[in-house]
Design a protein around this ligand. Structure first.
Ligand SMILES: [Zn+2]
Ligand SMILES: [Zn+2]
Length: 371
């Protein structure tokens, strides 16, 4: 085959890469392009890419095939091995699970991994993903949220068969009830859902009027979601079997992607929180105890004498609880000097007096400012 991309190039490794380098390059790419890990619109491209990198790895991880390839290029491989052979000899070791799940997602395959997936698996209901926004306070203490969403449920009228009462679906003549057809032999023989029966293996002549023959109807549901304390943005909560139901197989899952809303007073970095506080000038000079606000309580915070503006204090354990752990992060409090907008005449007089005294006391500093 001409125009085939170089295996080393595909894996992004040098010609003299070690077996370990090749393995790690493949692992990275396989995870990146795993069809289960990309969004729906990129699935096709990812599948192609995944096939390519897997083929490259299959050849380059086999010393004999690699030598053959180094010497004769693609011609050396293609003239000697069928695509099935390439994979049969390859040692995917701990990758075989990644591969199996990837190709199963593509519609099953019968290759060197002992057959594709069974029909009841491919008829698993669709997964649903939805977003849920919580406040930082809710993330702090954990919460329960009620969500409403629509999902396909088995039609109660026909029990999911899609056939009108008193009638029965008949076996699909095209796939003979298997629900899938086998085609091609590029790398693997791929199984695709049968176009005649849309993968169901059965043809419905008299459709159930309630679900129009789909066996499923869309229903709105509400569900209580437990959001764990310490949850971080991007956490995906899996609710088993709450995705689309399937007429004959198991239901898909619901994935709730949590987003924690930014907070007015606190900035979060992992489990630590950052906040700011203003203190009166005399406290900064003389020291004192003030109230600092953590997320759900106040903390007595000691300010030492001579505390400069911008000083950061670390309060251990007053940050966010760590997800699924017993300990918490810290609270970092940055101190600044509070400047009053209004000063009573008496206080003004005292400040002027203060200035006079300090001018003598800290000459270089004042001179530098006022000459
Ligand atoms: Zn129905
Ligand atoms: Zn069919």
């Amino acid at each position: 085959m001409t125009g085939k991309q170089d295996y080393y190039e595909i894996l992004g490794v040098a010609k003299d890469a070690s077996a370990a380098d090749i393995k790690s390059a493949y692992r990275k790419l396989a995870l990146k392009y795993h069809p289960d890990r990309v969004v729906e619109s990129e699935k096709k491209t990812a599948e192609e890419k995944f096939k390519k990198i897997s083929e490259s790895y299959a050849v380059l991880s086999d010393p004999q095939k690699r030598q053959q390839y180094d010497q004769f290029g693609h011609a050396g491989i293609d003239s000697r091995y069928s695509t099935e052979d390439i994979f049969r000899g390859a040692d995917f070791g701990d990758f075989s699970d990644i591969l199996r799940s990837a190709f199963a997602g593509m519609g099953g395959f019968s290759g060197s991994f002992g057959g594709g997936r069974e029909r009841q698996e491919t008829s698993r209901g669709q997964d649903i993903e939805m977003r849920l926004t919580v406040t930082l306070e809710e993330a702090f203490s954990g919460t329960e949220k009620e969500i409403g969403y629509a999902r396909a449920k088995k039609c109660q009228v026909c029990g999911g068969t899609g056939a009108k009462a008193g009638t029965k679906p008949s076996t699909c003549p095209m796939c003979r009830g298997k629900g899938s057809i086998t085609e091609g032999s590029f790398i693997f023989s791929m199984q695709r859902p049968c176009p005649e029966c849309a993968g169901r293996g059965q043809i419905i002549k008299h459709k159930c009027p309630s679900c129009a023959g789909h066996g499923l109807v869309k229903k709105r549901e509400t569900l209580k979601i437990k959001v764990p304390r310490g949850v971080i943005s991007g956490t995906s909560l899996r609710v088993k079997d709450k995705g689309y139901e399937s007429p004959e197989g198991v239901a898909g899952n619901l994935y709730v992607l949590v987003e924690v809303r930014p907070h007015q007073n606190f900035e979060r970095h992992e489990n630590d929180l950052y906040t700011k506080i203003e203190i009166p000038f005399p406290v900064a000079v003389l020291g004192g105890t003030i109230k600092a606000h953590a997320i759900n309580k106040t903390v007595q915070m000691k300010i030492p004498p001579h505390c400069p503006s911008g000083q950061i204090f670390r309060l251990h354990g007053y940050g966010m609880p760590r997800l699924n752990a017993a300990y918490s992060g810290d609270l970092f409090v940055t101190v600044s000097i509070y400047v009053p907008k209004k000063v009573p005449a008496e206080a003004k007089k005292l400040l002027e007096e203060y200035m006079k005294i300090m001018e003598q006391e800290e000459k270089p500093f004042y001179k530098n400012l006022f000459g």
